[in-house]
Write a protein that binds this ligand. Sequence first.
Ligand code: GLA
Length: 702
Amino acid sequence: MICRRSLRFPLVGLLIFLTSAFLQKSSADSAPQTPPTQLPERNALLMGADWYPEQWPEARWETDLQMMERAHLNVARIAEFAWSTMEPAEGYFQFDWLERAIRLAEKHHIAIVVGTPTAAPPAWLTQKYPDTLRVESNGQRATHGNRAHGSVTSIKYRELCHRIAEEMAKRFGRDPNVVGWQIDNEYGYGMMSYDSDTRQLFQQWLKAKYKTLDALNQHWTTTYWSQTYDVWEEIPIPVGENNPGLMLDWQRFTTYAWRSYQQNQIDAIRPHSEPRQFITGNFMGYGFDPIDHFVIAKPLTFVAWDDYIGTGHLDPDTNGISHDAMRGLKRENIWVIETQPGFVNWSPLNNSLDKGEVRAMAWHDVGHGADEVSYWQWRSALNGQEEIHGTLVGPDGKPEPLLSEVAQTAKEFSDLQGAFRDTRVVSDVALLQDYESRWAINWQKHTEKYDQFAILKSYYQALRRLSQSIDIVSPDDSLDQYKLVVAPDLCVIPKERAQHFEEYVKNGGHLVLGPRSGLKDEFNALLTTRQPGYLAEALGGQVEQYYALEKTVPASGSLGSGDVSVWAELLKVTSPDAEVLLHYEKSNGWLDDQPAIVTRKYGRGRITYIGAVLSDALVASAAQWMAKSSGVSAAFGPVPDGIEVSRRVGPRGAVYVLINFVKETQSVALPRPMQSLLDHREANQVELPQYGVAVLAGSKTN
Ligand code: GLA
């Protein structure tokens, strides 16, 4: 099996694979006035459902579309799993049914997003070309009957994906009712094929990157455990634990494999589609990290994501982090192209959202930059793995109880869309997220209690309460617009990234680094300078040693007193003008009385290093200090706890979305008289029951 494969990767295929992986251009480097998420001649805020006409008799379609229209829905995504209906036999395409569905939707003023069906290759395809099926890491080939079973690196699979996408684009790329395209579905959860073809591609990718094995061996320190590679063919795909350098490159290769898989379909669609048609992919939020979404998002028109709660209820911070991180991928508005109609089917407990919560969630989405919200799905297939997922219409074809709440919200979206036209989220505070640092820490956590999401969330919560608006962006983006930039645990800080940060600080920004920052370079190798590595000099301090904590450690200083837990770094001040804001109290002897937080003015700005996982109370006081010392203030003004405020800013001023997330009704005094847009009145104060929403405008933004 191994040797025969080389013939199946003609040089041309490999070059296309590698070139498209390396040479992608960003499509949105400057922000135009109208966000690409707001479509020409359509409402600025849209609401829709995912609809699968292929699962129903054609005679039913019009009833469904009439019901959607009556519910004020104006978008439907279709076809993303309909390969066997569109190409029932190899090379034989049937699009007439889809055309009829699109025309009927048009009649009911429902715009169509067409999904390419490549997350679900048909049975004839996998039967005829079994090598297009993914091989699991245990060596077993995936079988037919589920989805995401295609191999993203298979040249044959890519050829077949290209063909179906191209045929679809030839037919619908100029269709007036098709507003855009979604490539594949949730990018196969980032899964890779562990076959020998993929291994060869990985080796070729490494060769293109490192040029010589000497360089690779040196950066990966392969003398350790006799890992030295003498020929490229020796390099394995990591399964389980392996060399950290190799693991990081495998993750990068995974990202590039998915990106070039995506590009293969963009290249099939673009030449046949009008520029007004967008191309997006449906991402899965902050928590989904087998691929680097900054890289994947680059060639897309905008980012869309699938926003599900699963078990429990809407936590505005957890969900807000995902929105803000998805928005941060391209620093542009987003679509929520799937969201749960009450409940899902894949969670340990598939409880329903409460009455009013689905509406609150839709407005929370808008507050965080969404210009479209779509429910997955309109009506459930009568059989198939997701028979008992939440829907808007039941198996009997009649509305589910939730449909009236969705219809009310969709009407509100239509009525208020003008207020949101050309508006975006604008923040003074950024949190940094970096997939490579996340992977590096997760592979070597040192204490199983180290929870990167919990740490990010603690800063997010505290800083969002103070600023009421946060961006979550890449460390390598321009940071100039931010007064305060916080990197909760940025393990990987190569020289260039450090220089970029130094510039930001010199120009007046405040950079706050959390624990574990600046330990490693881009090869996942330890730096030979103490943390935070290349930034230690600017900080005027460094990490002497890190400790995984057995129990909490008291700490105190000008920030107040409290506890730190899980992780503590012993800091040393190396410059007379560096200040200690917090020190450890009695602990393991090593940490006793030693600095925990150091800050220093540098250039026109400031750099701060927090060496420990702080309790929520300490994070809150650190956040107060950060906001004050950086000139950050609330976008709206003070509100009671439990009220989430979001702000979008456009040429006509600011629009605020306020939502009450606590059980008690709360009244919010407005900082000035404002227009309350949902109830069409001038207001000085709003009363919000649980899940109550106010949309306020009428003032110029600060
Ligand atoms: C994902 C998928 C959908 C559907 C939903 C169910 O988001 O993209 O096809 O399976 O989950 O929650």
